[in-house]
Design a protein around this ligand. Structure first.
Ligand code: PRP
Ligand code: HPA
Length: 178
């Protein structure tokens, strides 16, 4: 477990000054590109969730789709996308969240989950936590029981994991960068 997490952590690429000066972007593409590391990443999630009673995996646009769909497949569960506003074709509900500059919103189809379903929510990274919190709220508005929010990377200095802790939804992360 620790070895797998360490392999993932050291394979994530840190790109200085992207998308703007002063930001160090944590890039998961090298993890996805290498089959052994990609499998280690997915297996960490599979081992954690295989004995839990879950009904669905929800993944957040766009990188949460990559890991969320593979994880759902491995756990024999369905997958539902939480998308950026304006992408889903059927009836939707939306939840706004604030970005560093301005606002955005995530959306989900109204029939994506049923009341009482046990949902695992997945994304690649928690920064301010705004995106993950909005996705938790959306799922809860549809009556879902969000069993856990799972992410590859937590950036605790940005306060997101602390914010999520106040909501009562447990958060699991594979690695942290301070
Ligand atoms: C990134 C990341 C998370 C979110 C984290 O996605 O994949 O979804 O930001 O930030 P937060 O905790 O401050 O909300 P982004 O909005 O860049 O979208 P993308 O996956 O489409 O690139
Ligand atoms: N990596 C990926 N997504 C992000 C980051 C990052 O460092 N910061 C905010 N969203």
């Amino acid at each position: 477990q620790t070895d797998y997490a360490e392999l993932v952590r050291r394979t994530i690429r840190s790109v200085p000054d992207w998308p703007k000066p002063g930001v160090v972007f944590r890039d998961i593409t090298p993890v996805l590109q290498d089959p052994r590391t990609f499998r280690a990443l997915i297996d960490l999630f599979v081992y954690r969730y295989m004995r839990q009673r879950l009904d669905l995996v929800a993944g957040i646009d766009a990188r949460g789709f990559i890991i969320g769909s593979v994880l759902a497949y491995e756990l024999n569960l369905g997958f539902v996308p939480v998308r950026k506003q304006g992408k889903l074709p059927y009836r939707t509900v939306a939840e706004p969240y604030s970005l560093e500059y301005g606002n955005s919103a995530v959306e989900i189809h109204t029939d994506a989950v049923r009341t009482g379903q046990r949902v695992l929510l997945v994304d690649d990274l928690i920064a301010t936590g705004g995106t993950m919190m909005a996705a938790v709220k959306l799922l809860q508005r549809l009556g879902a029981n969000v069993v856990e929010a799972a992410t590859i990377i937590d950036l605790p200095d940005l306060g997101g994991s602390a914010n999520i802790a106040t909501t009562g939804t447990p958060l699991y992360s594979i690695c942290r960068y301070d």
